[in-house]
Design a protein around this ligand. Sequence first.
Ligand SMILES: [Zn+2]
Length: 198
Amino acid sequence: MFSLAPVEFRERSIAGRGVFARRRFEPGDVVVPYAPKQRRVGVDDPEALAAAGTKLTLLSGGEWVIIPNTEVPGGWLCNHSCNPNAVIYSSGEGRIQCVRAIVPGDEVTIFYGWVTENEPERDPCLCGSPRCRGFINFDVADEDAFAPPDSDPGRAFSRRREEYGAFLRSIDHEHVERSIDNTLTTMRSRPRSVDPHS
Ligand SMILES: [Zn+2]
């Protein structure tokens, strides 16, 4: 497949299969399409919700999600790094685009920006970057969502968020802060019928 020749898909990367450059890429270059074979379904489609559980969906335009056909390798195989050399774009068919020079043999990595609830250690990170944060996900606990801002837990969460926000800005991923806001809004809008600490 000519369009995929600039990269190859190999085992033995950061985690499972990964995407490796076969030529040089400069910032702005498209490295690989997200999913050469794909389907789109609406965000509320049961299939989209099921696919979200497998971490294999790409939100596109907020109205539909792209579900890759996993028989065909593509950018959906990119591993996460805390110091990524590429970024994922969800517009159109979805694509992986270079943000730092990539040389042949380099693994092409993106920043997942996952936000979890009450699962602080869900996704250990093995990226090996000197800036590695230890976990791929940023977690929001009930205690974070419901602590009064002027309480000790409230202030601790605020400091952790500010530190993460500064990190996100340093890698041009400040849009992940919206996911944190959305998560907080969702958590706070849910009826709290059960005390999570009981
Ligand atoms: Zn890492």
